[in-house]
Design a protein around this ligand. Structure first.
Ligand SMILES: [Zn+2]
Ligand SMILES: [Zn+2]
Length: 375
């Protein structure tokens, strides 16, 4: 029964696939178990006459590091009309030739949200040294079991709204700010750890944000994960790992529990310092959403219009020293919004994210009622 216009249809494959999940040896957390309600976020005011360009934004994809102050973030947000930030703690420190400017923590994100509960939406951070290990993703290990237990406790507290960013297929990179990411990560999307977290996602209605460049074998593994966990809530970062418009549309048709963030994809072109925004595209599997002038590609524009309730935007500020440039990341997003219909612009600017923060507790793939936002 699908009694809410916001709700994706109830997956019909659920019974078969949850059985398959049990046979595969994953924990069964119970689709109808009691899950802790998250704290309530107030609605974002946006009157019906607000033009696309000036809509309030929810920045759904940012990271939190030790040397970033809550007061500074709020100043940047006020300056740019960004209503909320999702804070995904970046635990990585600097070692072995890598420079991350990270050392964030879940406790830091939680404390920032306690201070500014309307502004910050903390996720349980998955960029941890403990997860720079293929075995932890592939199979059950002591480290993985401990992380699953700790993650469940945090989700049960009601103070965390999701999990991420899981780093599955990620290329090394350097930038002009001195950031050096040395690891060439290639971890299985359908391995033990992701499946445990998918069960947590289903139980706590917690979106799980993951980074996986959509090389063919990576995309195959992601699809196996979606097939096996139709009640989990997946947000495949960076436009489904920079998949093609055709592949994204096909996946959205098949998986009603799949979403995409556009983290960091508002810019492209020579001279742009950001992971993954090269123009022209760097590999045959990396598709961009805008040209070097910030104009949407026609094929992605059509997908955004058709599936705007699956997309969120995000600046993807990943390192403390880069936050000083936060204000400069916003104009291109606003330019993108001007190229969309009012409905699509509202969804991508803030409404899809707001629905993801309000998923109902376990048992149904549906959205909780959303406070009225004129569209
Ligand atoms: Zn990413
Ligand atoms: Zn990121």
């Amino acid at each position: 029964m699908n009694d809410c216009p916001c709700c994706p249809p109830e997956p019909t494959r659920r019974g078969v696939l949850w059985g398959a999940s049990a046979l595969a040896g994953t924990f069964m957390l119970g689709t109808h178990a009691e899950a802790q309600q998250r704290r309530i976020l107030p609605a974002i005011p946006a009157g019906p006459n607000v033009q696309n360009e000036w809509l309030p934004l929810v920045d759904f994809h940012t990271h939190l590091q030790k040397n970033v102050q809550a007061d500074d973030l709020v100043t940047y947000m006020k300056d740019t009309n960004v209503a909320r930030l999702v804070l995904m703690p970046l635990y990585y420190g600097d070692s072995g030739g890598s420079v991350n400017d990270g050392q964030g923590s879940d406790e830091q994100a939680r404390d920032y949200a306690r201070k500014y509960p309307d502004r910050f939406v903390p996720f349980v951070g998955m960029q941890r040294p403990d997860l720079n290990d293929r075995e932890t993703y592939r199979t059950s290990t002591n480290v993985g079991r401990r992380l699953v237990k700790e993650t469940e406790e945090k989700l049960a507290s009601g103070e965390f709204f999701g999990m991420g960013e899981f780093m599955l297929r990620f290329y090394p990179y350097t930038n002009k700010f001195g950031i050096v990411a040395t690891l060439d990560r290639d971890y299985p999307a359908d391995g033990w750890f992701m499946r445990q977290c998918a069960d947590l996602s289903a139980r706590y209605r917690a979106p799980m944000v993951f980074h996986a460049e959509a090389e063919p074998k990576v995309a195959d593994a992601a699809r196996r994960l979606f097939e096996a966990h139709p009640q989990a809530i997946f947000v495949w970062s960076h436009n489904c790992g920079r998949s093609s418009a055709t592949d994204i549309a096909r996946m959205f048709e098949r998986y009603p529990n799949l979403y995409a963030d556009l983290g960091g994809m508002g810019y492209s072109g020579t001279g742009v310092e950001h992971y993954g925004v090269y123009w022209p595209k760097r590999t045959e599997w990396m598709h961009l959403i805008v040209d070097e002038f910030g104009i949407l590609t026609p094929e992605m524009k059509a997908v955004f219009e058709r599936f705007s309730d699956r997309f969120t935007l995000g600046t993807d500020i990943a390192h403390a020293r880069v936050y000083a440039n936060y204000r400069g990341h916003i104009p291109r997003w606003r330019r993108i919004l001007t190229q969309l219909s009012p409905q699509a612009a509202r969804n991508i600017a803030f409404a899809t994210a707001e629905r993801l923060f309000r998923m109902s507790t376990a048992g149904h793939q549906r959205f909780a009622p959303l406070a009225p936002v004129p569209v």
